[in-house]
Design a protein around this ligand. Sequence first.
Ligand code: MD3
Ligand code: FE
Length: 197
Amino acid sequence: MRYLPEFLDRSAQEQILRDLREAVARAPLFTPVMPGTAKPFSVRMSNMGVLGWVSDKAGYRYQASHPELLTPWPGIPESILAVWNRVSNYPHAPEACLVNFYGGEAKMGLHQDRDEEDFEAPVVSISLGDTALFRLGGTTRGGKTQSLKLASGDVLILEGQSRLAFHGIDRVIGGSSTLLKDGGRINLTLRRVTKSL
Ligand code: MD3
Ligand code: FE
């Protein structure tokens, strides 16, 4: 894993936020539910790109359209593609940008990201807004974990062994950033889903 604290300055964060508001106006946040149980996630989500990650009673998957509007996801804005281009060292564009919004008490349990075909490509994560307590483990469940605070403007690159590491968000520290007027946290994850070649 590569951790780039304060990679984005305030004006770069504000540009991404403006682009994100336009995208979310077209593809509103939805509340995913767990496969099988239909228990709602505390995190709300949307996507940009040719493919977006969704979860419903039937399972987790990538699909080309919004689960409620059934319209194609908005494109990934240049302000966000620029981050991938600067940090990924990967010769193909990302296909998916998952938008995770954490309000109030939202968190995300420990999990692996394995719904992609291509584990060779890195995952690039951008944090905006309130600071989160991020937990990173190894590639097997139940091993030791380490904690890291992810603040607004921080970028994380998951590649190699870390690409399949267990990870989650234990909590968000309310009032820790002034970027979002109503507080909360946004995490963007840029991914390659299909194998390029
Ligand atoms: C480690 N998001 O969307 S970002 C996710 O802050 C996700 O919303 C969290 O886990 C969030 O799947 C964590 C940091 C991150 C993203 C992807 C990873 C860490 C990762 C993929 C593999 C290993
Ligand atoms: Fe994840």
